[in-house]
Ligand binder design. Structure first.
Ligand SMILES: [Zn+2]
Length: 158
């Protein structure tokens, strides 16, 4: 089905197909593998209009943590940014700045990540199936939070 050498197809229960994608930042300091069921391009990729998704360029998939394998302790290598409720880490490479996704540890049980499909190696953006989400209006608490996290007087994050 796929001749992309970076993915491997496997069969899950009830013939649910899955595929594992190698992924990482731009410079290679943070690397990981993500298993998705169903595989791309059938998998729905969330394109959200909230201030974070727009700024960081996220195109998100939501694997369980067990389906994300961090290479070389990659999760600990990430730089993290929190805003708004300060419960979720937006994950970045501290070397090249690539945005990788969101750690939903405090939000979802079982633990899931929101991983940006843009981090997948060899990705063809035109082959993805997109699900548009109105996060700017419907995520709680809603609103545009961009540009309000840095306290200029205290010289620190609010
Ligand atoms: Zn990097």
């Amino acid at each position: 089905m796929s001749d992309n050498p970076l993915t491997t197809l496997a069969s899950r229960g009830e013939d649910q197909q899955s595929a594992t994608y190698e992924a990482g930042c731009h410079c290679g300091y943070v690397k990981f593998a993500v298993t998705l069921a169903p595989p791309l391009p059938e998998h729905q990729v969330v394109q959200c209009n909230c201030s974070a998704c727009v700024r960081f360029g996220y195109l998100l998939v939501y694997p369980e943590a067990k389906d994300v394998v961090w290479h070389n302790n990659g999760r600990a290598r990430c730089a993290n940014y929190q805003f708004n409720t300060k419960q979720l880490d937006q994950m970045f490479c501290p070397k090249c700045g690539a945005s990788l996704g969101i750690d939903l540890r405090e939000r979802m049980t079982p633990h899931r990540y929101a991983i940006s499909a843009r981090a997948f190696y060899g990705l063809d953006l035109d082959e993805l199936t997109y699900k548009k989400v109105d996060g700017r209006e419907k995520a709680v608490p809603a609103g545009d939070h961009s540009g309000h996290c840095w306290d200029e007087e205290k010289q620190e994050m609010k």
